[in-house]
Design a protein around this ligand. Sequence first.
Ligand code: ADP
Ligand code: MG
Length: 171
Amino acid sequence: MHSPDVTAVFQLPDEAATQRLGEALAPILQPGLVIYLDGDLGAGKTTLARALIRALGHTGPVKSPTYSLVEVYVFSSLYLYHFDFYRFESPEEFLDAGLGEYFNDTAICLVEWPERAEGCVPPADLRLRLHHAGVGRVVEALADSPKGEACLSALIPSMGVANSSATPVPR
Ligand code: ADP
Ligand code: MG
């Protein structure tokens, strides 16, 4: 895998900080971007996705795709697909379900549990790795492509200015 040139660590001391990260990502997303949301159960992947989807203008409920595999959102010409592969027993289920066609230049794809579709799900542009840290969370962001680097480079200053409780630590 391409070793990331741009990485950052953001402290997320409470749920509101996770939501602010989602809100900060929303305006800088480009069509075609694939974002992996890594982390254990309860790490905050769906919380982050939900805040991002709401910040894009979705007003209805944002369900976890744990049972549906994918939830679809349409924002004028932009499609956003929110996946969750937690229940996959093998990565080939990604292919069996015909999910490859969702990953295209007009869509943003958010992927929870990408490791359960490893080798079948397309690679990420940006990986957000959420970890428990005391009662809060820490997220490590890694850009894996030029598109991911552009996104993360825009995210770092916007998190720094908009959110004093999420401290970017560029390395
Ligand atoms: P996942 O999708 O990773 O399994 P969820 O987002 O469904 O996790 O749930 C995470 C839980 O952790 C929710 O109860 C949410 O309120 C909480 N949470 C999210 N972010 C934080 C945070 N930064 N600090 C503390 N709790 C958080
Ligand atoms: Mg989830």
